[in-house]
Write a protein that binds this ligand. Structure first.
Ligand SMILES: NC(=O)c1ccc[n+]([C@@H]2O[C@H](COP(=O)([O-])OP(=O)(O)OC[C@H]3O[C@@H](n4cnc5c(N)ncnc54)[C@H](O)[C@@H]3O)[C@@H](O)[C@H]2O)c1
Ligand SMILES: [Zn+2]
Length: 348
């Protein structure tokens, strides 16, 4: 079992272990000795782990209710958010109570945002059950829902009170969805950890899952603590995401987040090399490790179809856009580029 503390204004712990879901009640009780829990989850995760969590809460004498919604990115919207808020109000959830987000990034983002806005903020706990949620979305306090105009356009910064990660839950994941998380792990390695890159290239991810989750979480912690509200260093986490988000949206989310980010990372590495900003083998090295896990390395759409989304990216400020440039595996830098130069930058 690994414990990692995130020293935000109100520090919280990330606990990573095997088979620890059934002990979540005691951990939660320590945080909230008196409150009621609202478990928020999707239908898949409910059928797999809902009972385990409820039993554990009952053992710790924590009163609870469960709110379940249909799984998938399309559920991360204002309608479901409203249903959840109304559900909590109907059940007279108050500021002494808390949310338990049980699931992947969709559950965590939606439940976290509900926690941020309900009664101007109640606490929440993350119980991540996907690899992506374990290494990325459950940490850092970004919460959001999507709007018709784009992903994550309504949201808030709201740090969890605890992240309780049982990596045994990852064993029931669909391998394609598991690979989504691998793309984010590769991202962390390219951002700043050559050893992690070597470990991923060695193909031994499953054997070292606990250690790899901890390594990724520590890289994210470093960037979040340097820049909690996303004005500087935290933007490194967007490596591969500028084109990635465009691919995801253009496919109407048929192409999942990590798969889109994998294409985005290879595209930016290729552009960086062609523009003389990256080592000659940077793109090949990244593509090779992604392909090892069955991740795509080439966008299915031509650049012209993606650029309109990039031009509307929420990371754009004024006439420039910030890109994360991999210089080599383990070292990246930020580059502000005029939006008018985007096409030639990628197509040189
Ligand atoms: N807040 C952040 O910092 C942050 C960071 C990265 C990504 N995100 C967001 O995270 C979301 C993607 O997260 P995700 O990939 O976890 O998607 P997800 O939550 O949709 O989960 C993927 C699928 O796996 C199922 N599932 C979850 N756990 C399972 C398990 N243990 N066994 C079997 N099936 C399981 C879910 O029901 C769902 O169908 C996106 O909306 C993205 O924008 C947020
Ligand atoms: Zn991502």
């Amino acid at each position: 079992m690994k414990r990692i503390t995130v020293e935000t204004e109100k520090p919280y712990e990330i606990v990573i272990g095997k088979g620890i879901l059934k002990q979540c009640g005691d951990a939660v009780k320590e945080q909230f000795p008196l409150g009621n829990a609202v478990i928020v989850t999707d239908d898949n995760v409910e059928s797999l782990y809902g009972d385990t969590v409820r039993k554990s809460l009952e053992k710790a004498a924590i009163p609870h209710r469960t709110f379940v919604f249909a799984n998938g990115e399309h559920a991360k919207n204002m309608d479901i958010l409203r249903e959840l808020l109304e559900f909590m109000a109907r059940h007279q959830i108050n500021r002494g109570d808390f949310i338990v987000a049980l699931g992947g990034g969709v559950v965590g983002d939606l439940a976290g945002f509900a926690a941020a806005v309900y009664l101007r903020g109640i606490p929440y706990v993350q119980l991540p059950t996907t690899f992506l949620a374990a290494i990325d979305s459950s940490v850092g306090g970004k919460t959001a829902v999507n709007l018709d105009a784009g992903k994550n356009l309504a949201g808030a910064f709201h740090q969890p009170s605890l992240v309780w990660c049982d990596h045994d839950t990852l064993k029931t994941m669909d391998p394609v969805r598991f690979a989504d998380g691998i793309a984010e792990a590769v991202k962390y390695a390219v951002l700043g950890d050559e050893d992690l890159f070597a470990q991923l290239r060695g193909g031994e991810l499953r054997q070292h899952i606990e250690e790899i989750i901890a390594t990724c979480v520590k890289i994210k912690r470093r960037l979040v603590l340097a820049d909690e509200f996303d004005y500087g260093d935290r933007q490194f986490l967007n490596l591969g995401h500028t084109l990635g988000h465009a691919i995801e949206k253009h496919s109407d989310f048929e192409i999942t987040h990590g798969h889109a980010v994998a294409c985005g990372m290879v595209a930016i590495a290729e552009a960086a090399t062609k523009n003389g900003l990256a080592e000659f083998d940077c793109k090949e090295r990244i593509a090779e490790v992604l392909a090892l896990y069955g991740l795509p390395t080439k966008s299915p759409y031509p650049l012209e179809e993606l650029l309109p989304y990039v031009e509307n990216d929420k990371k754009r400020s004024g006439e420039t856009i910030r890109l994360v440039i991999p210089e080599t595996v383990g070292k990246c830098r930020l580059l502000s580029l005029p939006v008018t130069k985007l096409k030639s930058f990628f197509q040189i």
